[in-house]
Design a protein around this ligand. Structure first.
Ligand code: NDP
Length: 486
C-alpha cells in the first residue's frame, strides 16, 4: 500500500499543499522506513481552513437535522465498506497490529458516526409554559470546532470528535498528531463522498504551533483535545483567552483492583488487555494493578505464563498480537521508566527489554511486568504510555480505595470481584470518569467517556457529548402587554 497522501492537508473539500511548511516525515514504526512526506500547515493554510469551516458551518445549519444525520450515516457506511484498506493505513500510520486495527479503529469511528447520525434529528429544545407567556429553548451549534488528536488512535479520535460536532451543526478543523498524519485525511475524503459541504471537516497537519494557532484563533468557538496533561494545560489556557468551550481528554494512571474472590482468568485477561493492547499506548489503561495479597502469587504466575505467549512482530501480519511503539523516542521514554522502576526497587517479573531479533528494526519493546511496586515509585505515579504493568498488593477494601484515588489523574478504573455489593460500593468511591466492573477498557459509543481531576473536562461519546458541542438559546415569548412603572 502506498501511504503517501495526495497532499498534506484537506481544506474546503479538496487536498491542498503549501510546500513552505516544515517537512513532516511519517515513519512506519515497525521498520523505521519513511512512508510519507508531508508539510506542516503555514498560516495561509490555517487561515483557509478556518475561513472555509466558518462558511461551511453556515451552509450546514441549512440542512435539516435528519439530512445531517443521513450524511453522517453514509460516512459510517463508507468507513465500514473500506475497513480493510483503512485498517491497513492505520497500521502503517501507528504501527498497531492489523489484528487490532481491523476491529478497533475505522470500526469504532463508524459506530460513532452511526450513533450521532441517529441522534442528529433529536437534538431539540424544550418549552416551559408560564401560564400565558412561555419560554422555549433552541439547542444551537457552537460554530467552528477545532479537534486536536494524539497519535495512538488517529481514525477513532477524529471520528469521536467529528461525529458529535457535525451532528450538532458545527464545522470542524482537525489537526492530527504530526506522528500520525495519514488517517484523518481519509475521513475528510469520506465526508465529501457522503455529501458533506466542502469545508465542513478540514484536516491540517502540523506540530504543536499549528494546534496552538487553531486553538487561539478568534474564529474558533470550541477546542477538543486528546493529548497529555501538559498539552492540555496549554490548550485550555489558550482557549480561556477567548472564553472558548473545551473538551479535554487527557492522560491517566488508572487502577485495576482485583479482589480475592475475583475470577482470576478473567482478571488476568483484563490486565493484559488493559496494559498491552496497542502496545500499552492507551490513555485509560489500568497500569496500577492492585491485587489482593491472598491471590497475588496465582495471579502473577498466570499473567506471566500468558504474557509469554504473546506474538510480537510485524504488525502487518494478522497473527501478530503486539506491534512496536509509535517511535524510537517513545521507546526510549518507556525503557527509561523501566530502568527507574528497577532502580527504585520493583521486581522485574517479565520482559523489560527489546525482544530478541527486533533490536535493530522498528521500535519494539517487550510486554513488561513489575511486581513489588509501591505507591510512591515513579512507575506507579507517572503515565508511561507503553506496555508496562505494575502489580501492587493490598489487603483491605478501604485501604485499596484510598490508594487507588491517591493520584492527580482520574480517567478510568476497574474492579474485579464476584461480590456485587462490593463492586458497586467500590466503584462509587473511585475518583474516575469511567469505571468497569469485571472487565476493562471497553468504550462503546453509547457510554460517556472522559476523566475527572487532571484527566480532563467534558465527555466524549453518548448523549453527553451533545452537551459539549451545542449551546442553549432561551427565548421568552410575551403573550400580553408590557407593563412598565412609568
Ligand atoms: P501530546 O499532548 O503531546 O499531543 C496531543 C496533540 O496536541 C498533538 O496533536 C500535538 O501536536 C498537539 N499539541 C502539542 N502542543 C500543543 C499546543 N501548545 N497547542 C495545541 N496543540 C498542541 O500527546 P501525545 O500525542 O503524545 O499523546 C499521548 C497523550 O495523549 C497521553 O498523555 C495520553 O494519555 C493522552 N491520550 C488521552 C486520551 C483520552 O481520551 N483521555 C486518549 C489517547 C491519548 P504534535 O503531536 O504535533 O506535537
Amino acid at each position: 500500500m502506498d501511504a503517501q497522501p495526495t497532499a498534506s492537508h484537506f481544506v474546503d473539500g479538496a487536498y491542498c499543499e503549501d510546500g513552505a511548511g516544515a517537512t513532516i516525515e511519517c515513519v512506519f514504526a515497525a521498520t523505521g522506513d519513511v512512508i510519507a512526506r508531508l508539510h506542516s500547515a503555514t498560516p495561509a493554510i490555517v487561515d483557509k481552513a478556518l475561513s472555509s469551516a466558518k462558511r461551511a458551518q453556515k451552509e450546514w445549519t441549512g440542512f435539516a437535522p435528519v439530512e445531517r444525520g443521513r450524511v453522517l450515516r453514509r460516512a459510517a457506511d463508507i468507513l465500514r465498506e473500506r475497513n480493510r484498506e483503512l485498517s491497513e493505513l492505520e497500521t502503517l500510520d501507528t504501527g498497531k497490529p492489523l489484528q487490532e486495527t481491523l476491529v478497533a479503529d475505522a470500526a469504532s469511528g463508524a459506530d460513532a458516526l452511526e450513533y450521532f447520525a441517529g441522534l442528529a434529528a433529536t437534538i431539540t429544545g424544550e418549552t416551559m409554559p408560564l401560564g400565558g407567556d412561555f419560554v422555549y429553548t433552541l439547542r444551537e451549534p457552537l460554530g467552528v470546532c477545532v479537534g486536536i488528536g494524539a497519535w495512538n488512535y488517529p481514525t477513532q479520535i477524529a471520528c469521536w470528535k467529528a461525529a458529535p460536532a457535525l451532528a450538532c451543526g458545527n464545522a470542524m478543523v482537525f489537526k492530527p498528531s504530526e506522528v500520525t498524519p495519514l488517517c484523518a485525511l481519509k475521513l475528510a475524503e469520506i465526508f465529501i463522498e457522503a455529501g458533506a459541504p466542502a469545508g465542513l471537516f478540514n484536516v491540517v497537519q502540523g506540530y504543536g504551533d499549528v494546534g496552538a494557532a487553531l486553538a487561539t484563533d478568534p474564529r474558533t468557538d470550541k477546542v477538543s483535545l486528546t493529548g497529555s496533561v501538559p498539552t492540555g494545560r496549554k490548550v485550555y489556557a489558550g482557549a480561556a483567552d477567548g472564553i472558548r468551550h473545551v473538551t479535554m481528554e487527557l492522560g491517566g494512571k488508572s487502577p485495576l483492583i482485583v479482589f480475592e474472590d475475583a475470577d482470576i482468568e478473567n482478571a488476568v485477561s483484563a490486565a493484559i488487555n488493559g496494559n498491552f493492547y496497542s502496545t500499552g499506548q492507551i490513555c485509560s489503561n489500568g497500569t496500577r494493578v492492585f491485587v489482593h495479597n491472598d491471590i497475588e502469587a496465582h495471579f502473577v504466575s498466570r499473567l506471566v505464563e500468558r504474557t509469554k505467549t504473546a506474538k510480537i512482530g510485524d504488525p502487518r501480519d494478522e497473527e501478530t498480537q503486539l506491534g512496536p511503539l509509535i517511535s524510537k523516542a517513545q521507546r526510549e521514554k518507556v525503557l527509561n521508566y523501566i530502568e527507574m522502576a528497577k532502580a527504585e526497587g520493583a521486581t522485574l517479573a517479565y520482559g523489560g527489554g527489546v525482544p530478541d531479533g527486533l533490536a535493530d528494526t522498528g521500535c519494539y519493546i517487550e510486554p513488561t511486568i513489575f511486581t513489588g511496586v509501591t505507591d510512591e515509585m515513579t512507575v506507579a505515579c507517572e503515565e508511561v504510555f507503553g506496555p508496562v504493568l505494575s502489580i501492587l498488593t493490598f489487603s483491605d477494601e478501604c485501604e485499596v480505595i484510598a490508594r487507588a484515588n491517591d493520584t492527580p489523574f482520574g480517567l478510568a478504573a476497574g474492579v474485579f470481584t464476584r461480590d456485587l455489593t462490593r463492586a458497586h460500593r467500590v466503584v462509587a468511591a473511585l475518583e474516575a470518569g469511567t469505571c468497569w466492573i469485571n472487565t476493562y477498557n471497553l468504550t462503546p459509543v453509547e457510554a460517556p467517556f472522559g476523566g475527572v481531576k487532571l484527566s480532563g473536562v467534558g465527555r466524549e461519546n453518548s448523549k453527553a457529548a451533545i452537551e459539549h458541542y451545542s449551546q442553549i438559546k432561551s427565548v421568552y415569548v410575551a403573550m400580553g402587554d408590557v407593563e412598565a412603572p412609568y
